[in-house]
Design a protein around this ligand. Sequence first.
Ligand SMILES: C[S@@+](CC[C@H](N)C(=O)[O-])C[C@H]1O[C@@H](n2cnc3c(N)ncnc32)[C@H](O)[C@@H]1O
Length: 518
Amino acid sequence: MSPAPAGGTRARQRARPPASRADPARLLAWEVLRAVDERGAYANLLLPALLAGRQLSARDRGFATELTYGTLRALGVLDGLLATVANRPVDEVDPPVRDALRLGAYQLLRTRVPARAAVDSTVDLVRRTSGERPVRFANAVLRRLAARLEATGGDLAVLLAAPGYDDDPVGHLATVTAHPRWVVETFAAALGGDLARTRAALAADDERPSTHLVARPGLIDRDGLLRAARDAGLAAEPGPWSPYAVRLAGGDPGRLPAVLAGQAGVQDEGSQLVVAALSRVATVGTDTGVSVDLCAGPGGKTALLAGLLPRTRLVAVEPRATRALLVAAAVARPAPAPDPADAVSGPAAAVGDAAGSPGAGAEGMAGGPVAGRSNVVVVRADGRAAPLRPGSADRVLADVPCTGLGALRRRPEARWRRTPAQVAPLSHLQRQLLAAAVDLVRPGGVVGYVTCSPHPAETVEVVTDVVTRLAARGVGVSVLDAREYLPGVPDLGDGPFVQLWPHRHGTDAMFLALLRRS
Ligand SMILES: C[S@@+](CC[C@H](N)C(=O)[O-])C[C@H]1O[C@@H](n2cnc3c(N)ncnc32)[C@H](O)[C@@H]1O
C-alpha cells in the first residue's frame, strides 16, 4: 500500500477533526472556495448568502469578502507559488487542504496580515477542516512560501520564473497579473495591441469594484438616491458618467428603502450607459410605440429602459423561466411618486400588455406574458424566434449572452472557469440574436447590440459580419457612431463602437454598437 500523501485523500476519511482556533472569517472564505471548487458555485451569490446567515463583526465580514474574492482572482498565481514550495503538483494536494493553502498564500502575498499569523491561522484552518494529518505539510509549505516572499520582496516575475517581458510580453503579463494567457491575448486584441493599456486593464480586474446603484427614472432621481444612501450611513458619490448612477464605497445597498422598493437597483454604471445611449437615439419615421429587450434576464436593463422610454410598450424577451421571473420582479415595482418617500405606496404605472399593440400580439407567445406592470410585458421565448412581427419595433436592445470577460472583477472565479472553446458557440448565437434584432426593428428604428465582453469575436466581428451578410440579402443597416450618444464620457475608442473599460471608466467592459435599419 502506498503511503497517503500529506494532505492526501485519506485525510478526509479521518474522524471528525478536533475543534481549533480557526477564525470565522477564514472558515467562511474556505467554505466558499470549497463550494466553487466542488460544485461550481458562484462566489458572488454564495458569499452574501453565507454572510447573511452568520453573526460576524463588520471587520470579519470585510475580511472574509476580501479573502474570498482576492483568493479566487489570484488562483493561478497562488497555485503557481504553492507549486514552487510544495514539492508536488498542487492539483495532487487534497482539495480541502489546497483551498486552505490558497487562502494562506493569498494572505502572505496580498494582505497586511503578518506572515506568522497567516501561517498559524491557516494551519489552524487545516486542522479544523481536515484533521491533524496534513498539518505538518501545510505548515512547512507556508513557512517556505513566507521565506521566499520575504527573500524576493514578493516579486512575482522572479518567484514564478515569468517569461521576460521583452521575450514574451503576453506570457509575462499572464503570470504577473494572474490571468490565463488567452484572456491576456483577448484584452490586447481589443486594445489594439497596446500592451501598457492591456496591463492596466488586467490590473483593474484585481481591484475591488465599488457597488453602483441606478436611480430608476420616474421613480427616484439621482440626488434623492444619493441623499437616501448617505442618510443610511453609506459612503455614496454620484457616478461620474451616468446621470442615474450612485457609487457606494461599501456597505450593504440591500437595506436601502429605495432599493427594497424598486425605485433603485444595483447596476453597473456601464450597463446604465449603454441603455441610456440606445434611448437617446432619435428614431426616423413614425413610431410603432413598441420596443423590445431581446435578452432581458434578469431585467436590470429592462427596468432602466422602461423608465427612459415611458411612452413605449417594452416587450422583454427571455427564454429561461427563472430569469423571466426575475425580469418580472425587476419591473413589477411601485410607480412614480412626487416624493421618493411616498413612492412605495404610489399608484401603479400603466399596465403593459403586448396584445393589440402594433406588431406585438399576446397570442403565440411561448409561455405568455408573465408580468405586465408598468409599460413592460415579459415574454418567455427564444430571442431568435420571438413572437413579434418583423419590423414592428422602434428600438431593440440585444444584450446578448457572452463570455462575461468584461466583468471579471465582479466574478472572481470566472477567469479560470471560462475557456477559449466557449467563444465560438457564443459568437454564433450572438450573430443569430443580432440578426433577429435587426429583423424586428422597423426601417428608421435602432438596434443596440451590447456585450459584457471586450472579446473581438463577440463584439466588432459579430457586428461587422452580420451587417455584411444582411447587406448581401438587401437589408440595409447603417452603423451609427455610438460615441455621440454618450457625450461627456471620454476615451470610448476609435468608434463607431463604444468600448468601456474598468481601468478607464470604472465600469465593466461593456461594448455597444448602435445600428439603424434603413
Ligand atoms: C447578458 S444577459 C442579459 C442581461 C440583462 N439584459 C440585464 O441587464 O439584466 C443575457 C441573457 O440572455 C438570455 N438568453 C440566452 N439565450 C437566449 C436566446 N436564445 N434568446 C434570448 N435570450 C437568451 C440569458 O438567459 C440571459 O438572461
